[in-house]
Design a protein around this ligand. Structure first.
Ligand code: PGA
Ligand code: ZN
Length: 420
């Protein structure tokens, strides 16, 4: 049974405090988990409880820590760790709101993840196997964010993420090797063009390029220089994070000095998809622009993966509405948007049953915790977005996936079949 639940305040990859929760079981097992934090957050995400005031510029999490150490601990001690759904439901009921407005999703998710880890460890099986059972057997194709813009970098690029997707390889290890080679070639190319090669929050470069198309052009160059075929072996994915671009009267593309309507932005994407091997666009339109999303889905939905991040916020109810209205065809899965392991699993199941692809995802503020690597394999997501091949908090996830692939696999790497 659960013998003790506690938390402390630790540091995330941006120098902001976050929650580290620890669970001890009666058999002596002790496991911890660290909660991530976003920058371009969706409006309907579960509440991340911050202290306010002067400490850590208002971002302290001592209240969330206190909630773990008192209320949550009191409620969970004595419970079985092997029934994740009941543990999570107990915290949800204790909170009493539908967005963890009292306890904080950062408090709840930390404990939820630590309970899963402790249960797996006490049964002596890997986390992905505990959460996914014998059916956990798909290695995810990574989406690597190698040029950062938007609110993740101080450059003038409007789109938030320019990613490569190694779709034409046999296994995860090969796909990661090829991606790292593209990353290194991209660095050389940027250097040769006298661009800054400092890294953004997710380990991608953040050069001051002059348009939203130029990052795609330099990435195409890097793919070629690394010796790979663009499209066939390495495809391109975008996260526009367009909720951040909304102004009166449309979407502001600052680097192009123009404001465009939803229709114009969709036409812009169509144009980009015709010119480049773009297989996935995330948050192409804003979380409030469901009419725009409908146009986007009707126009590009049968060719391109259209991923809802801010749009669906890993929330099964919002996703259900999207499915019903024919909005998007894929969903980004960020456990801290919804607040617990079980609720994340419910959302993934709803998506998969309805033919929506699931992309497991980190946040821009991360830690050394690689929970999502195991989680992606457990749920057979087939795709994971966890930054570039640089910065320890990003490579922690890739390194864990390399370990898993070594351990398991008699399994499947979707690779080139992903978009067939
Ligand atoms: P965030 O960015 O973690 O800052 O929200 C990631 C994303 O938008 O996918
Ligand atoms: Zn996003």
């Amino acid at each position: 049974f659960i013998d003790d639940v506690s938390a402390i305040e630790v540091m995330d990859s941006r120098g902001n405090p976050t929650v580290k929760a620890t669970v001890r079981l009666s058999d002596g097992t002790v496991e911890s988990a660290v909660v991530p934090s976003g920058a371009s957050t969706g409006k309907r995400e579960a509440l991340e409880l911050r202290d306010g005031g002067d400490r850590y510029m208002g971002k302290g999490v001592l209240q969330a820590v206190e909630n773990v150490n008192t209320q949550i601990s009191d409620a969970l001690i004595g419970m079985s760790p092997y029934n994740q759904a009941i543990v999570d439901a107990t915290m949800k009921e204790l909170d009493g709101t539908d967005n963890y407005g009292n306890l904080g999703a950062n408090a709840v998710l930390g404990v939820s993840m630590a309970v899963a880890r402790a249960a797996a460890a006490s049964l002596n099986i890997p986390l992905y196997r505990y959460l996914g059972g014998a059916n956990a057997m798909v290695m995810p194709v990574p989406m690597l964010n190698i040029i950062n813009g938007g609110s993740h970098a101080d450059n003038s690029v409007d789109f938030q993420e320019y990613m490569i997707m190694p779709v034409g390889f046999e296994d995860f290890a090969e796909s990661l090797r090829a991606s790292a080679e593209v990353y290194h070639n991209l660095k050389k190319i940027l250097k040769d063009k006298n661009h800054n090669t400092a890294l953004g929050d997710e380990g991608g470069f953040a050069p001051d390029l002059s348009s939203n198309e130029e990052p795609i052009q330099v990435i195409m160059e890097a793919i070629e220089k690394a010796g790979y075929k663009a499209g066939e072996q390495i495809a391109i994915a975008l996260d526009v994070a367009s909720s951040e671009l909304v102004v009166d009267g449309g979407y502001r593309l600052e680097s192009e000095n123009r404001t465009v309507s939803s229709e114009e932005l969709v036409a812009y994407y169509e144009d980009l998809c015709a010119k480049y091997p773009i297989v996935s666009i995330e948050d192409g339109l804003s979380e409030d622009d469901w009419d725009g999303w409908k146009i986007l889905t009707d126009r590009l939905g049968d060719k391109v993966q259209l991923v809802g991040d801010d749009l669906f916020v890993t929330n099964a109810n919002i996703l259900a509405e999207g499915i019903q209205k024919g909005i998007g065809n894929s969903i980004l899965i960020k456990p801290n948007q919804i607040g617990s392991v079980s609720e994340t699993m419910l959302t993934v199941r709803l998506a998969q049953r309805n033919g929506y692809k699931c992309v497991m995802s980190h946040r821009s503020g991360e830690s050394e915790d690689a929970f999502i690597a195991d989680f992606a394999v457990a749920l057979n997501c087939g795709e994971i977005k966890t930054g570039s091949t640089a910065r320890g908090e990003r490579t922690a996830k890739y390194n864990r996936l390399l370990e898993i692939e070594n351990e398991v696999f008699y399994g499947e790497y979707l690779g080139s079949t992903l978009f067939n």
